[in-house]
Design a protein around this ligand. Structure first.
Ligand code: ADP
Length: 300
């Protein structure tokens, strides 16, 4: 089956700035894909290239099986989009925006009723009078209008309160359950963890990880605190590539473990342990480290 989003060597430079450096992405149909990365990593640029709102410097994209540069109309017909810098017509109401979008998509205005209810959109005030979060809700209604096959969302939950955030997450789950595809960018791990099947992490225009949330969690560092009957020798864990001593306090050693646990447990067992505490793998830690620069072992 053709993936709903694929890029090969996608590269974009703005003068001296390399926003994307040979991005290879693949998002299968029926997935919620989280595109995570710090500010300036290249997320918005990628989404704009997928919609042919800009031209790549080199490389290719395919969206719903079509090259957006060659046939943007076919792509736009099947794709809902929420831009990161949502610009609405300030004097028009949400109702007018929706009617206009629905007409452009050949839909009845009633197509939005359900979405308007869900997001409790105030449809009768000019959008300039709405708060940022309330404008964002209008943007979400427009992006999901007409049940598009693929929804591209650039930082979709900006400004949403927790209740609306939960509503948004439910909508993403339903969309995916319906066999459709959601591609959302975010700089927040928590949001992506809650709602996405798969996560791509982009940094400085390159994909530094691409895995399921479970896969990332397996690869994320976990903390193990071992207490021994007597202080173990200084270098007792030095030969382990999987573990790093974080703190050492008399008989207690805290280790950070990445990868297989077996060799670490075997080494601990050798030094007469009396207590052991293992904390779940911390995705935050992995994520922060990727933001900071060190690459994890499971990088593609
Ligand atoms: P993100 O969405 O991950 O925050 P962007 O795709 O917006 O990142 O930006 C990637 C890089 O490209 C940044 O260094 C940004 O400053 C630069 N950039 C984005 N758009 C433009 C533009 N229109 N002109 C010049 N530089 C740009």
């Amino acid at each position: 089956m053709t993936p709903d989003v694929a890029t090969i060597g996608l590269t974009k430079s703005y003068g001296q700035t390399m926003a994307l450096r040979g991005l290879d992405l693949q998002v299968e149909a029926g997935q919620a894909y989280g595109f995570l990365g710090p500010n300036g990593a290249g997320k918005s640029t990628t989404i704009r290239l997928l919609l042919a709102l800009q031209q790549p410097t080199s490389g290719h994209a395919s969206v719903v099986g079509v090259d957006p540069q060659r046939d943007p109309v076919t792509v736009h017909r099947q794709v809902g989009y929420l831009p990161g810098d949502l610009a609405l017509y300030p004097r028009l109401t949400a109702r007018r925006h929706i009617a206009w979008f629905a007409a452009a998509r050949g839909l009845a205005g009633a197509a939005a009723v359900d979405l308007v209810d869900r997001f409790q959109v105030d449809v009768d005030r000019p959008v300039r009078e709405l708060s940022k979060g309330n404008r964002q809700k209008v943007g979400l209604v427009l992006a999901f209008l007409g049940r598009p096959r693929l929804v591209l969302l650039d930082e979709p939950t900006t400004g949403l309160d927790p209740l609306m955030q939960a509503e948004f997450e439910a909508l993403v789950r339903e969309t995916v359950a319906d066999g459709r595809t959601v591609f959302l960018s975010s700089h927040e791990l928590d949001e992506v963890q809650r709602v996405c099947d798969r996560v791509g992490i982009i940094k400085e225009g390159m994909l530094v990880a691409d895995d399921t949330v479970e896969g990332l969690r397996r690869a994320a560092p976990r903390r193990i605190t071992a207490t021994f009957r007597r202080p173990p020798p200084e270098d007792c864990f030095a030969r382990l590539t999987e573990a790093r001593v974080v703190t050492r306090d008399g008989c207690t050693i805290e280790l950070e473990v990445t990868g297989a646990l077996g060799p670490v447990l075997a080494d601990i067992a050798r030094h007469d342990p009396v207590d052991l505490v293992s904390r779940p793998a911390d995705l935050d830690e992995l994520f922060l480290r990727m933001y900071a620069g060190a690459e994890p072992s499971h990088v593609r």
